[in-house]
Design a protein around this ligand. Structure first.
Ligand code: HSE
Length: 405
């Protein structure tokens, strides 16, 4: 079967490489059908690439090629990926994607268009890189009420935090290494400010609870405020800092979801997830906690998930995979600051007595080289709004949520 690839960056070139290097195994899984890359769309020139003859800058070469039945979109960004995907689905071609920004923003429309046209829109690679999570979330938890999800969803930030925690490496050096390894987004702001993890939270929440969640509904905080001082205080109580996406089921009509740095204590499955690895912990009422772990970014792991979707789409040209959710609503995602109780790590310029008078029960932390006017502590469980009220007038340096996963 003829296929096409749109975008020849880290993921797109990985897709072509995996299709070629894994021809035998793919053939077995498609009942003898080969995936033959007929076009590669990219605006850049790749004169020395062995696939030079396949390159095109004209999207119509793919759209108008009736033999092309499956297209991998690895362009990233909403435009023009949205427009291209829409046109392909309307033309009766299945599209598979690693583009989490597009699925998070436009998933509900694209899935509806795929349904109307009897084709597939698949996006296993959009969350967790090579980790199978979309199908399990959609299918394997069908007999559960999902109570919550907590995930380390961004490889770049997990790599940076691991280097800071384990090797005392500076933030900038760790980011540079992550970029060299092909983990980071084109603009790494999306990684370090949490936007990439936010998009993945939207996709997981939409799948888990059946209504579209948009990125602007998910409060998002990145890792740029994390310092080695915070790392050191928490090391004393066997805690590590991870960038977590968390989703809480509240009732039929409401969920809470946010992305932020979070303290995870040793003993949690999430605490030992290091480097570029991601992990997604899903809590179901029948099954309990289930944890999915693997490489969350990088060329071949992500391409592995994209090509698996291509194989699935190639095998199901006459049958649709039933992925989908309904339109979201403005008040569907609650403000977690009002309603989710959790513990907090706080570092402040204050003395312990001043802290003690505001909080009944706190655990004070210490570190080597602690300035005499600095106090760090972990609070009892409370909402973030309650915490902020209690801290009014205190010179706070940093606040980090503590997760209960
Ligand atoms: N930049 C992303 C990450 C790539 O670091 O996780 C995979 O989505």
């Amino acid at each position: 079967m003829k296929v096409a690839v749109m975008g020849y960056g880290t993921v797109g070139s990985g897709v072509v490489e995996v299709i070629e290097s894994h021809e035998k195994v793919i053939k077995k899984r498609t009942d003898g059908e080969m995936l033959e890359v007929a076009h590669i769309l990219d605006l850049r020139d790749f004169p020395d690439d062995p696939h030079a003859a396949l390159f095109t800058k004209d999207f119509n070469d793919i759209l108008k090629d009736e033999e092309v039945k499956v297209v991998a979109e690895a362009m990233g960004g909403v435009n023009p990926a949205y427009d291209f995907t829409m046109q392909l689905l309307q033309a009766g071609k299945s599209v598979v994607t690693s583009n989490k920004e597009l699925v998070a923003q436009k998933g509900v429309e694209l899935l509806a268009t795929a349904k109307e046209n009897g084709v597939n829109y698949l996006f296993e690679a959009s969350v967790g890189g090579g980790i199978p999570i979309i199908r399990p979330m959609d299918q394997c938890f069908a007999a559960n009420n999902i109570e919550g999800v907590a995930g380390i969803l961004n490889g770049t930030t997990n790599f940076i935090l691991t280097k800071m925690i384990e090797e005392d490496m500076s933030f900038d050096e760790a980011l540079r290494l992550a970029q060299e390894n092909g983990y980071a987004e084109k603009d790494p702001t999306a990684d370090i400010e949490g936007f990439d993890a936010c998009r993945k939270v939207c996709i997981l929440a939409s799948l888990a609870f059946g209504k579209h969640v948009y990125p602007n509904q998910v409060a998002t905080e990145g890792i740029t405020n994390i310092t080695l001082a915070d790392v050191a205080y928490l090391a004393g109580v066997h805690g590590v800092i991870k960038l977590l996406g968390q989703i809480f089921y509240m009732n039929e009509n409401r969920i809470a979801a946010f992305v932020s740095p979070a303290v995870v204590f040793r003993g949690s499955q999430l605490a030992s997830v290091n480097d570029v690895f991601n992990a997604i912990l899903v809590r179901g009422d029948a099954v309990g906690d289930v944890c999915f772990y693997g490489r969350g970014a990088g060329k071949l792991p992500t391409a592995s998930a994209v090509v698996a979707d291509m194989v699935d789409a190639a095998k199901h040209t006459e049958r649709r995979k039933i992925f989908g959710w309904s339109e979201g609503a403005e008040d569907y995602v609650a403000d977690y600051r009002d309603c989710i109780e959790m513990q907090f790590y706080v570092r402040a310029k204050a003395d312990q007595q001043a802290v003690q008078t505001r909080f009944h029960d706190v655990k004070f932390l210490s570190r080597r080289g602690q300035p005499s006017d600095e106090t760090a502590f972990i609070t009892d469980a409370m909402t973030e709004n309650t915490l902020r009220k209690k801290l009014e007038g205190v010179d706070v340096i940093n606040i980090i949520k503590v997760t209960n996963y």
